[in-house]
Design a protein around this ligand. Structure first.
Ligand code: G2I
Length: 366
Protein backbone atom coordinates (compact mmCIF):
# COMPACT_ATOMS: atom_id res chain seq x y z
CA UNK A 1 0.00 0.00 0.00
CA UNK A 2 1.54 3.36 -0.97
CA UNK A 3 2.07 5.65 1.96
CA UNK A 4 0.29 8.96 1.79
CA UNK A 5 2.17 12.06 2.98
CA UNK A 6 -0.10 12.09 6.05
CA UNK A 7 0.93 8.53 6.78
CA UNK A 8 4.60 9.23 6.28
CA UNK A 9 4.51 12.21 8.59
CA UNK A 10 3.33 9.94 11.39
CA UNK A 11 6.18 7.47 11.00
CA UNK A 12 8.98 7.84 13.46
CA UNK A 13 7.04 10.07 15.83
CA UNK A 14 8.63 8.32 18.80
CA UNK A 15 12.08 9.17 17.49
CA UNK A 16 11.03 12.77 16.86
CA UNK A 17 9.54 13.05 20.33
CA UNK A 18 12.70 11.65 21.87
CA UNK A 19 14.79 14.18 19.93
CA UNK A 20 12.48 16.98 21.04
CA UNK A 21 12.74 15.81 24.64
CA UNK A 22 16.53 15.86 24.36
CA UNK A 23 16.45 19.40 22.99
CA UNK A 24 14.27 20.43 25.91
CA UNK A 25 16.77 18.88 28.25
CA UNK A 26 14.31 16.21 29.33
CA UNK A 27 14.96 12.53 29.62
CA UNK A 28 13.45 10.75 26.62
CA UNK A 29 10.95 7.97 27.22
CA UNK A 30 12.80 4.71 27.74
CA UNK A 31 12.67 2.40 24.74
CA UNK A 32 12.08 -1.30 25.31
CA UNK A 33 14.87 -2.23 27.68
CA UNK A 34 17.11 -5.20 27.23
CA UNK A 35 16.26 -7.81 29.84
CA UNK A 36 18.77 -8.80 32.51
CA UNK A 37 19.63 -11.89 30.49
CA UNK A 38 20.46 -9.73 27.49
CA UNK A 39 17.26 -10.62 25.66
CA UNK A 40 15.27 -7.77 24.21
CA UNK A 41 12.10 -7.07 26.19
CA UNK A 42 8.80 -7.21 24.30
CA UNK A 43 8.15 -4.02 22.35
CA UNK A 44 5.58 -1.63 23.81
CA UNK A 45 2.19 -1.09 22.22
CA UNK A 46 3.27 2.31 20.97
CA UNK A 47 6.52 1.00 19.48
CA UNK A 48 4.51 -1.53 17.48
CA UNK A 49 1.90 1.04 16.44
CA UNK A 50 4.64 3.50 15.48
CA UNK A 51 6.07 0.97 13.01
CA UNK A 52 2.72 1.17 11.17
CA UNK A 53 2.77 4.98 11.23
CA UNK A 54 0.25 5.19 14.08
CA UNK A 55 0.28 6.04 17.78
CA UNK A 56 -1.03 4.06 20.72
CA UNK A 57 -2.09 6.21 23.65
CA UNK A 58 -3.97 6.40 26.92
CA UNK A 59 -5.90 9.25 28.50
CA UNK A 60 -4.79 10.45 31.92
CA UNK A 61 -6.42 12.58 34.60
CA UNK A 62 -4.30 14.90 36.75
CA UNK A 63 -4.69 13.09 40.10
CA UNK A 64 -3.35 9.91 38.47
CA UNK A 65 0.02 11.56 37.85
CA UNK A 66 0.64 11.31 41.61
CA UNK A 67 0.49 7.52 41.26
CA UNK A 68 4.14 7.22 40.25
CA UNK A 69 4.04 3.57 39.28
CA UNK A 70 1.04 4.28 37.06
CA UNK A 71 2.49 7.45 35.54
CA UNK A 72 5.81 5.74 34.77
CA UNK A 73 4.18 2.84 32.98
CA UNK A 74 1.97 5.24 31.03
CA UNK A 75 5.09 7.13 29.97
CA UNK A 76 7.00 4.08 28.83
CA UNK A 77 4.25 2.03 27.16
CA UNK A 78 2.34 4.74 25.29
CA UNK A 79 3.17 7.37 22.69
CA UNK A 80 0.21 9.65 23.15
CA UNK A 81 -2.08 10.94 25.87
CA UNK A 82 -5.33 12.88 26.24
CA UNK A 83 -6.21 15.01 29.24
CA UNK A 84 -9.20 13.26 30.83
CA UNK A 85 -10.69 16.42 32.36
CA UNK A 86 -8.30 19.33 32.63
CA UNK A 87 -8.72 20.95 29.21
CA UNK A 88 -12.52 21.11 29.47
CA UNK A 89 -14.30 24.45 29.73
CA UNK A 90 -14.98 24.33 33.49
CA UNK A 91 -11.26 23.82 34.10
CA UNK A 92 -9.84 26.26 31.54
CA UNK A 93 -12.27 29.19 31.92
CA UNK A 94 -13.76 28.83 35.40
CA UNK A 95 -14.71 32.53 35.45
CA UNK A 96 -15.74 34.51 32.41
CA UNK A 97 -12.67 35.69 30.53
CA UNK A 98 -10.27 34.31 33.15
CA UNK A 99 -8.28 31.40 31.88
CA UNK A 100 -6.57 28.79 34.01
CA UNK A 101 -4.24 26.38 32.26
CA UNK A 102 -2.52 25.02 35.36
CA UNK A 103 -3.99 21.54 35.21
CA UNK A 104 -3.83 21.20 31.44
CA UNK A 105 -0.23 22.39 31.47
CA UNK A 106 0.60 19.73 34.04
CA UNK A 107 -0.53 17.07 31.56
CA UNK A 108 1.39 18.70 28.69
CA UNK A 109 4.58 18.97 30.78
CA UNK A 110 4.29 15.36 31.87
CA UNK A 111 3.68 14.25 28.26
CA UNK A 112 6.65 16.23 26.96
CA UNK A 113 8.91 14.77 29.64
CA UNK A 114 7.93 11.28 28.47
CA UNK A 115 7.88 12.00 24.74
CA UNK A 116 4.12 11.58 24.34
CA UNK A 117 2.01 13.60 21.92
CA UNK A 118 -1.14 15.22 23.33
CA UNK A 119 -4.73 15.30 22.16
CA UNK A 120 -6.66 18.35 23.36
CA UNK A 121 -10.05 17.44 24.83
CA UNK A 122 -12.35 19.32 24.42
CA UNK A 123 -13.24 22.87 23.31
CA UNK A 124 -17.00 22.49 23.40
CA UNK A 125 -19.22 19.95 25.15
CA UNK A 126 -22.58 19.96 26.92
CA UNK A 127 -20.96 18.64 30.13
CA UNK A 128 -18.41 20.19 32.46
CA UNK A 129 -19.36 23.71 31.46
CA UNK A 130 -18.81 26.39 34.13
CA UNK A 131 -21.86 27.65 36.01
CA UNK A 132 -21.36 31.20 34.81
CA UNK A 133 -21.89 29.96 31.26
CA UNK A 134 -24.84 27.62 31.83
CA UNK A 135 -26.68 30.02 34.13
CA UNK A 136 -26.38 33.00 31.78
CA UNK A 137 -29.31 34.06 29.61
CA UNK A 138 -27.30 34.78 26.46
CA UNK A 139 -28.39 36.08 23.09
CA UNK A 140 -27.04 34.21 20.06
CA UNK A 141 -24.50 36.97 19.43
CA UNK A 142 -23.31 36.96 23.04
CA UNK A 143 -22.86 33.19 23.16
CA UNK A 144 -21.12 33.19 19.78
CA UNK A 145 -18.66 35.72 21.08
CA UNK A 146 -18.09 33.77 24.33
CA UNK A 147 -17.48 30.60 22.34
CA UNK A 148 -15.09 32.36 19.96
CA UNK A 149 -13.17 33.88 22.87
CA UNK A 150 -12.93 30.54 24.66
CA UNK A 151 -11.75 28.62 21.60
CA UNK A 152 -9.29 31.32 20.57
CA UNK A 153 -7.68 31.52 24.00
CA UNK A 154 -7.46 27.79 24.66
CA UNK A 155 -6.21 26.84 21.18
CA UNK A 156 -3.68 29.69 21.21
CA UNK A 157 -2.36 28.62 24.60
CA UNK A 158 -1.82 25.02 23.46
CA UNK A 159 -0.56 25.91 19.96
CA UNK A 160 2.36 23.65 19.12
CA UNK A 161 1.72 21.58 22.25
CA UNK A 162 -1.27 19.53 21.20
CA UNK A 163 -1.50 17.78 17.84
CA UNK A 164 -5.26 17.07 17.77
CA UNK A 165 -8.23 18.97 19.19
CA UNK A 166 -11.63 17.52 19.89
CA UNK A 167 -13.27 20.77 18.83
CA UNK A 168 -16.86 19.65 19.30
CA UNK A 169 -17.71 16.70 21.52
CA UNK A 170 -20.95 14.69 21.52
CA UNK A 171 -23.09 17.08 19.48
CA UNK A 172 -25.51 14.48 18.08
CA UNK A 173 -28.35 12.46 19.60
CA UNK A 174 -28.69 8.72 19.05
CA UNK A 175 -31.29 9.31 16.31
CA UNK A 176 -28.94 11.57 14.37
CA UNK A 177 -30.55 14.88 15.29
CA UNK A 178 -28.48 17.65 16.87
CA UNK A 179 -28.16 17.47 20.63
CA UNK A 180 -30.02 20.38 22.19
CA UNK A 181 -27.01 21.74 24.05
CA UNK A 182 -26.77 25.39 25.04
CA UNK A 183 -24.97 26.23 21.79
CA UNK A 184 -27.54 24.59 19.53
CA UNK A 185 -30.47 26.04 21.45
CA UNK A 186 -29.06 29.56 21.45
CA UNK A 187 -27.14 29.80 18.17
CA UNK A 188 -28.44 26.97 15.99
CA UNK A 189 -26.34 24.41 14.08
CA UNK A 190 -23.98 27.02 12.59
CA UNK A 191 -21.97 26.97 15.85
CA UNK A 192 -20.19 23.80 14.69
CA UNK A 193 -18.69 25.31 11.54
CA UNK A 194 -17.85 28.51 13.40
CA UNK A 195 -16.08 26.58 16.18
CA UNK A 196 -13.95 24.76 13.62
CA UNK A 197 -13.08 28.02 11.82
CA UNK A 198 -12.10 29.78 15.05
CA UNK A 199 -9.94 26.85 16.08
CA UNK A 200 -8.21 26.87 12.69
CA UNK A 201 -7.63 30.62 12.89
CA UNK A 202 -5.89 30.16 16.26
CA UNK A 203 -3.68 27.25 15.13
CA UNK A 204 -3.28 26.45 11.44
CA UNK A 205 -1.45 23.18 12.14
CA UNK A 206 -3.45 21.34 14.78
CA UNK A 207 -5.82 18.63 13.51
CA UNK A 208 -9.44 19.51 14.18
CA UNK A 209 -11.87 16.73 15.09
CA UNK A 210 -15.50 16.07 15.85
CA UNK A 211 -15.74 13.35 18.51
CA UNK A 212 -18.58 11.19 19.86
CA UNK A 213 -19.61 7.84 21.37
CA UNK A 214 -21.91 5.23 19.82
CA UNK A 215 -20.66 6.18 16.38
CA UNK A 216 -18.49 3.08 15.85
CA UNK A 217 -21.25 1.17 14.08
CA UNK A 218 -22.97 2.20 10.88
CA UNK A 219 -26.28 3.66 12.06
CA UNK A 220 -28.33 6.82 12.49
CA UNK A 221 -25.78 8.60 14.68
CA UNK A 222 -22.72 7.87 12.56
CA UNK A 223 -24.77 8.62 9.41
CA UNK A 224 -25.49 12.08 10.83
CA UNK A 225 -21.75 12.74 11.28
CA UNK A 226 -21.04 11.38 7.82
CA UNK A 227 -23.55 13.79 6.29
CA UNK A 228 -22.37 16.71 8.44
CA UNK A 229 -18.67 16.21 7.68
CA UNK A 230 -19.37 15.79 3.98
CA UNK A 231 -21.22 19.10 3.98
CA UNK A 232 -18.57 20.87 6.08
CA UNK A 233 -15.89 19.70 3.64
CA UNK A 234 -17.98 20.85 0.65
CA UNK A 235 -18.38 24.26 2.30
CA UNK A 236 -14.62 24.56 2.91
CA UNK A 237 -14.94 24.37 6.70
CA UNK A 238 -11.72 23.08 8.30
CA UNK A 239 -12.44 19.60 9.65
CA UNK A 240 -9.53 17.16 9.70
CA UNK A 241 -10.80 14.12 11.53
CA UNK A 242 -13.51 12.14 13.19
CA UNK A 243 -13.00 10.68 16.65
CA UNK A 244 -14.81 7.49 17.56
CA UNK A 245 -14.71 7.27 21.34
CA UNK A 246 -15.46 3.53 21.44
CA UNK A 247 -16.78 3.18 24.98
CA UNK A 248 -17.94 -0.38 24.35
CA UNK A 249 -19.73 -2.85 26.63
CA UNK A 250 -19.70 -6.63 26.20
CA UNK A 251 -23.40 -6.82 26.99
CA UNK A 252 -24.22 -4.35 24.19
CA UNK A 253 -22.62 -6.30 21.34
CA UNK A 254 -19.72 -5.43 19.07
CA UNK A 255 -20.32 -2.41 16.81
CA UNK A 256 -21.66 -3.51 13.49
CA UNK A 257 -19.36 -2.84 10.48
CA UNK A 258 -16.72 -0.97 12.47
CA UNK A 259 -14.02 -1.28 9.80
CA UNK A 260 -16.34 -0.25 6.96
CA UNK A 261 -17.54 2.67 9.06
CA UNK A 262 -13.98 3.89 9.70
CA UNK A 263 -13.29 3.49 5.99
CA UNK A 264 -16.25 5.56 4.84
CA UNK A 265 -15.13 8.50 7.01
CA UNK A 266 -11.57 8.14 5.69
CA UNK A 267 -13.01 8.20 2.18
CA UNK A 268 -14.35 11.69 2.89
CA UNK A 269 -10.71 12.78 2.98
CA UNK A 270 -10.33 13.04 6.76
CA UNK A 271 -8.43 11.13 9.43
CA UNK A 272 -10.15 8.86 11.92
CA UNK A 273 -8.98 8.11 15.46
CA UNK A 274 -10.22 5.75 18.12
CA UNK A 275 -10.18 8.26 20.94
CA UNK A 276 -11.50 6.82 24.22
CA UNK A 277 -11.49 3.04 23.92
CA UNK A 278 -12.61 0.88 26.81
CA UNK A 279 -14.65 -2.31 26.89
CA UNK A 280 -16.62 -2.78 30.09
CA UNK A 281 -18.40 -5.84 31.39
CA UNK A 282 -20.86 -6.71 34.11
CA UNK A 283 -18.84 -7.62 37.21
CA UNK A 284 -17.48 -9.93 38.38
CA UNK A 285 -15.16 -10.59 35.49
CA UNK A 286 -14.40 -14.21 34.61
CA UNK A 287 -12.20 -16.06 32.17
CA UNK A 288 -14.85 -16.16 29.45
CA UNK A 289 -15.63 -12.44 29.68
CA UNK A 290 -11.94 -11.52 29.69
CA UNK A 291 -11.40 -13.70 26.61
CA UNK A 292 -14.31 -12.02 24.85
CA UNK A 293 -13.01 -8.63 25.84
CA UNK A 294 -9.58 -9.54 24.46
CA UNK A 295 -11.17 -10.60 21.19
CA UNK A 296 -12.95 -7.23 20.97
CA UNK A 297 -9.78 -5.25 21.72
CA UNK A 298 -8.08 -7.21 18.95
CA UNK A 299 -10.93 -6.52 16.55
CA UNK A 300 -10.95 -2.78 17.24
CA UNK A 301 -7.17 -2.63 16.78
CA UNK A 302 -7.32 -4.55 13.51
CA UNK A 303 -10.17 -2.37 12.21
CA UNK A 304 -8.04 0.75 12.73
CA UNK A 305 -4.95 -0.91 11.24
CA UNK A 306 -6.95 -1.89 8.15
CA UNK A 307 -7.67 1.75 7.25
CA UNK A 308 -4.74 3.86 6.10
CA UNK A 309 -6.18 7.06 7.58
CA UNK A 310 -7.00 5.62 10.97
CA UNK A 311 -4.15 7.43 12.71
CA UNK A 312 -4.13 5.88 16.17
CA UNK A 313 -5.87 4.43 19.17
CA UNK A 314 -6.27 5.94 22.63
CA UNK A 315 -7.68 3.99 25.56
CA UNK A 316 -9.57 5.94 28.26
CA UNK A 317 -7.02 5.18 30.95
CA UNK A 318 -5.19 1.88 30.70
CA UNK A 319 -5.67 0.08 34.01
CA UNK A 320 -8.72 -0.97 36.01
CA UNK A 321 -7.04 0.86 38.89
CA UNK A 322 -8.18 4.22 37.45
CA UNK A 323 -11.33 4.16 35.37
CA UNK A 324 -14.48 6.29 35.11
CA UNK A 325 -16.71 3.24 34.67
CA UNK A 326 -17.48 1.93 38.18
CA UNK A 327 -18.53 5.47 39.20
CA UNK A 328 -20.85 5.90 36.23
CA UNK A 329 -22.11 2.34 35.69
CA UNK A 330 -22.37 0.70 39.12
CA UNK A 331 -21.76 -3.05 38.87
CA UNK A 332 -19.73 -2.71 35.67
CA UNK A 333 -16.00 -2.32 35.11
CA UNK A 334 -12.82 -4.28 34.34
CA UNK A 335 -12.78 -2.36 31.06
CA UNK A 336 -9.09 -1.80 30.41
CA UNK A 337 -6.14 -3.91 29.19
CA UNK A 338 -4.22 -3.81 32.50
CA UNK A 339 -5.73 -4.94 35.81
CA UNK A 340 -5.70 -2.88 39.02
CA UNK A 341 -2.23 -4.25 39.88
CA UNK A 342 -0.92 -3.08 36.51
CA UNK A 343 -0.64 -6.61 35.20
CA UNK A 344 -1.46 -7.40 31.58
CA UNK A 345 -4.90 -8.87 30.96
CA UNK A 346 -5.67 -11.04 27.90
CA UNK A 347 -6.79 -7.81 26.20
CA UNK A 348 -3.21 -6.52 26.29
CA UNK A 349 -1.95 -9.63 24.49
CA UNK A 350 -4.67 -9.32 21.86
CA UNK A 351 -3.79 -5.67 21.13
CA UNK A 352 -0.09 -6.48 21.07
CA UNK A 353 -0.62 -9.42 18.70
CA UNK A 354 -2.73 -7.32 16.30
CA UNK A 355 -0.19 -4.48 16.27
CA UNK A 356 2.72 -6.86 15.95
CA UNK A 357 1.22 -8.60 12.90
CA UNK A 358 0.66 -5.23 11.21
CA UNK A 359 4.14 -3.97 12.15
CA UNK A 360 5.79 -7.07 10.66
CA UNK A 361 3.73 -6.73 7.47
CA UNK A 362 4.76 -3.08 7.22
CA UNK A 363 8.45 -4.00 7.81
CA UNK A 364 8.28 -6.53 4.97
CA UNK A 365 6.81 -3.97 2.58
CA UNK A 366 9.49 -1.33 3.15
O1 G2I B 1 -17.64 9.81 30.49
C1 G2I B 1 -16.52 9.24 29.88
C2 G2I B 1 -16.00 10.15 28.78
C3 G2I B 1 -17.01 10.22 27.64
N1 G2I B 1 -16.49 11.04 26.54
C4 G2I B 1 -16.05 12.37 26.89
C5 G2I B 1 -15.08 12.32 28.08
O2 G2I B 1 -14.72 13.63 28.46
C6 G2I B 1 -15.67 11.57 29.25
O3 G2I B 1 -14.70 11.61 30.31
C7 G2I B 1 -15.18 11.62 31.61
C8 G2I B 1 -14.01 11.62 32.58
O4 G2I B 1 -13.24 10.45 32.40
C9 G2I B 1 -14.55 11.62 34.00
O5 G2I B 1 -13.49 11.76 34.94
O6 G2I B 1 -15.98 12.74 31.82
C10 G2I B 1 -16.61 12.69 33.10
C11 G2I B 1 -17.61 13.82 33.21
O7 G2I B 1 -18.69 13.56 32.40
C12 G2I B 1 -15.54 12.77 34.19
O8 G2I B 1 -16.13 12.64 35.47
C13 G2I B 1 -16.05 13.75 36.29
C14 G2I B 1 -16.90 13.48 37.51
O9 G2I B 1 -18.23 13.21 37.08
C15 G2I B 1 -16.87 14.67 38.40
O10 G2I B 1 -17.59 14.38 39.58
C16 G2I B 1 -15.42 15.07 38.72
O11 G2I B 1 -15.39 16.27 39.45
O12 G2I B 1 -14.72 14.04 36.68
C17 G2I B 1 -14.64 15.24 37.42
C18 G2I B 1 -13.17 15.60 37.65
O13 G2I B 1 -12.50 14.58 38.33
Amino acid sequence: MPRTPAHRSRVGSAALAAAAALLLGLAPAPAAQAGADGEKAAPTLHELADRTGRYFGSAVDNPELADTEYANLLGSEFGQTTAGNSMKWDATEPRRGEFDFTQGDEIVNYAQSKGLSVRGHTLLWHQQLPDWLTSGNWTADELRSLLKNHITNVVTHYKGKVVHWDVANEIMNEDGTYRENIFYKTIGPSYVADALRWARAADPDVKLYLNDYNVEAVGAKSDAYYTLIKRLKADGVPVDGFGMQAHLALQNGFPNQLRQNIQRFADLGIDVAITELDIRMILPSDTAKLARQADWYGQVTRACLAVERCVGITTWGYSDRHSWIPGTFPGEGAALPWDENLRHKPAYDAISAALSAAAKKEDRQH
